[in-house]
Ligand binder design. Sequence first.
Ligand code: FES
Length: 341
Amino acid sequence: MSFSLNFKGEQQISIEKGQSILKAALAAGIPHYHACGGRGQCTTCRVLVLKGEEKLTPPTSNEQAIKKVNKFPDNIRLACQTCVLEEGVEIQRLIRDEIDRFIFVDDYAADTVGEIGELRKLALFFIDVRSFTPFLEANLPFDVIHLMRRILGIFKNCIVQYKGEIIDTAGDGLYAVFGLDSTIREATESAVLAGFKILEDLKIYNNTYVRPYFNHTFEVGIGVHVGNVVVGNVGIGLSHNLTVMGYPVNIAARLQAATKELNNNFVISALAYRLLKNPPYSLDCGYLNLTGVSNAYEVKLIGQPYQSISASPTGKLLNGPPNPPLEQISRHSGDMIKGKN
Ligand code: FES
């Protein structure tokens, strides 16, 4: 059995009983956006029901959850989760004009019937240079830029060596992901190895160049977490760079920020730590309330204490040592950290 379904301002299409509106629209050649692939996770397929709200199947559990979070009214439905039960339904696509397309879908994605994102489990890696402001104040701008380029070059080489992808740079830090082409266990291991390699290469650079010529030591903070994120391009058309977004990204960024308070240059979530095949020695510091994050996170310290940085609060420890004893922080000599102290 089939019904007719009117897309206002577009065309009348035929829809089979039990077929989702999204599937029927795509079959009829309507470029209906569906960023999550029709899994009820993104809302880009949403439609406004103009007539016949009662002639549609009730919202699925996925749709109910997403509508609740977004506070959608009853007449907004997800096309991928909705079927037509009777004749007389009229709807309007909400992401359909050029501005919507510009915001939500890049040219390449538009060519591929509207998928603009993919849910992936990745290792998320944030790094930032510490003690940068005093260096900035004391040195000429050209020297500052020269050294920053060298340091960012170290970051990049190590990340690329372990098959990470740099997603964004901001000032004296960057954000990378691991796992676009590997399992989450391999990705987490790679992220940790890349972090240790950066610490090692930076130490050499400090010893051979920065300290002798500038009387300064650069230090960094690294945060690693894992989680489900959306990978795609949700830019505004200025470039086709990869974008990775999701709540776990915020957690990884906050872990990096917490390195200062925890007086340890490498902080990893316990979730990520448990995925490591050869985990390095770690200090447990219990659960941490991260700024701007509602749940407390169990974290592990796998780096070393800072040499020149005074702590400032970025989060609140629920239990565990606020400033780990320096002598406790060392790494074992397993495969993960060969060649390190
Ligand atoms: S396509 Fe993502 S919710 Fe329908």
